[in-house]
Design a protein around this ligand. Structure first.
Ligand code: ZN
Length: 254
């Protein structure tokens, strides 16, 4: 049994992982080193999927937001240069590119990585592809499709733990006890930026930024796999592992 499964058994919020078919997991582990690029509009469940994938594969889940926050907290030169960024604006491409590239050069990334929220711009994408080639990581665009009404529904249902930050969804990933965190018992609150009046702006911004990125990746012959984000997280996880672990672009059905 894989270490990831043992860890998962100790996390009540991720018990679904222990129900995964071991054959699915085995075929996934046999695949070559990959860089999974997670794409989906805000509310598509991309962060949750990233964390679950990371637990099953033991590949690092690299979120540029988390990386930046870490550097700011540790007071590194990158952190000082980007201190204003976390208050709202996006970080300049060169800062993010360097952060992600140096993170991916660490030893724990050799078998695979999961990139969440990166690449976000065309410039980041053009920088990333040669870096992945040098690191022998094959990029796969994992696109979560979700229609607008479902996005609104999900964001309205999303909340997080005030104490430990664990994320819940009252529809798709409810806590065992209403209003209380499974992991630490902390109080669950709705995210401030989940208000519906901000939603269309976030979605528009996302689409404006990422549509050219997706087109560029496709034009660069990067493998693209699409999934319906309306599936429950455990089913989505199994679907991603099954398709990415067992199929190659050449044996896809027409
Ligand atoms: Zn908690």
């Amino acid at each position: 049994m894989r270490a990831g499964f043992v860890d998962a058994a100790r996390r009540p919020n991720i018990v679904v992982l222990s129900q995964l078919n071991t054959a699915v997991a085995a075929s996934f582990f046999a695949s070559k080193p990959l860089a999974l690029l997670l794409y989906g509009v805000p509310g598509s469940g991309k962060g949750t999927l990233g964390k679950m994938l990371s637990q099953v594969t033991a590949w690092p889940h690299i979120s540029t937001g988390d990386l930046l926050r870490k550097h700011v907290a540790e007071g590194t030169s990158t952190g000082q240069a980007s201190a204003g960024i976390l208050r709202g604006a996006y970080a300049p491409d060169y800062i993010v590119n360097n952060l992600v590239a140096s993170r991916m050069r660490e030893a724990d990334c050799r078998r695979g990585v999961i990139l969440d929220g990166y690449p976000r711009t065309l410039e980041q994408t053009m920088d990333l592809l040669p870096v992945l080639r040098r690191l022998n990581l094959e990029p796969v665009l994992v696109r979560l499709n979700l229609d607008y009404t479902e996005v609104v529904h999900r964001l309205q249902a999303r909340c997080h733990c005030q104490t430990c930050g664990a994320i819940y969804n009252l529809v798709h990933l409810p806590p065992r006890l209403a209003g209380s965190c499974d992991q630490c018992g902390g109080r669950l609150v709705a995210r401030e930026d989940d208000q519906v009046d901000l939603l269309s702006k976030r979605i528009e911004q996302y689409l404006t930024l990422t549509a050219p990125v997706a087109r560029f990746l496709e034009a660069s012959s990067v493998r693209v796999e699409e999934f319906s984000a309306t599936e429950a997280p455990s089913r989505l996880l199994t679907a991603v592992l099954t398709r990415i672990g067992t199929e190659t672009p050449s044996d896809e059905l027409p």
